[in-house]
Design a protein around this ligand. Structure first.
Ligand code: SF4
Ligand code: SF4
Length: 219
């Protein structure tokens, strides 16, 4: 066992010296907590590769897990941000953009992103506040030049592209029955273009004819 974090290893060693026992168990087999006979004694049973372990205890304290708030789904839908496989809010990049989300202007701090202790939450909140202050001080933001463009004449309104855009840049025009793109939100990733079965989506400054021309010139 290796306890990460400042002072955690020292804490781990200290409590071991004070009599705390850490026992390796087989994670595939559940731990059972049962009452022994009619008395107050509880027994905890677990298994590891070598043997069955049984411990009698006056008191059993279970460490409960942390799960996302029930309201997180609404926030995710409202702000059009992404979520990880365990349903916490997802950062734009785990190493390079840890406090930013796929949606510009939305930043993460604390347990909404995953279980965290107080020092980590405070540090992340400082980072998120600083990241949010950059466009405020600059007074402007630069948007992506290569954005997608949808041809109304070709779009059949099938809505296949809508779900692939993690940036929430696509919205359906119910009146016209066509998909529309928000140029400010679009990051030009091209995912929608590769999904469209009608070939209605192209990327500005990066159209097929331009690519063919480049290839032709190269060949
Ligand atoms: S290019 Fe990417 S960001 Fe832009 S609308 Fe398509 S999927 Fe969304
Ligand atoms: S996938 Fe293509 S045809 Fe379907 S809604 Fe999107 S742009 Fe229109």
């Amino acid at each position: 066992m290796r306890a990460y974090g400042k002072g955690f290893e020292e804490f781990y060693n200290r409590v071991r010296d004070e009599g705390v026992k850490y026992i390796r168990r087989d994670l595939d087999k559940p731990i059972k907590v049962e009452r022994e006979g009619e008395g107050d004694i509880l027994s905890v049973t677990a298994e590891n590769e070598e043997k069955k372990i049984k411990i009698e205890a006056d008191l059993v304290v279970l460490a409960s897990c942390i799960v996302p708030n029930k309201g997180a789904k609404e926030i995710i839908k409202l702000l059009k941000i992404t979520q990880s496989a365990d349903n916490f809010l997802l950062e734009a990049h785990p190493k390079l953009r840890p406090v930013e989300t796929a949606t510009d202007g939305i930043f993460l701090a604390g347990c909404c992103q995953g279980p965290k202790d107080i020092p980590d939450s405070v540090a992340q909140a400082c980072g998120a506040a600083e990241a949010a202050s950059i466009p405020l001080f600059q007074g402007k933001v630069e948007v992506e030049a290569i954005t997608s463009s949808i041809d109304d004449e070709i779009c059949s309104g099938c809505r296949s592209c809508e779900s692939v855009c993690v940036y929430g840049a696509l919205s359906f025009d119910e009146e016209e029955g066509v998909m529309t793109v928000n140029d400010v939100l679009c990051k030009g990733c091209g995912s929608c273009g590769s999904t469209c079965p009608s070939g209605a989506i192209s990327m500005n400054h990066f159209k097929d004819v331009q690519i063919y021309a480049q290839m032709g010139a190269m060949i």
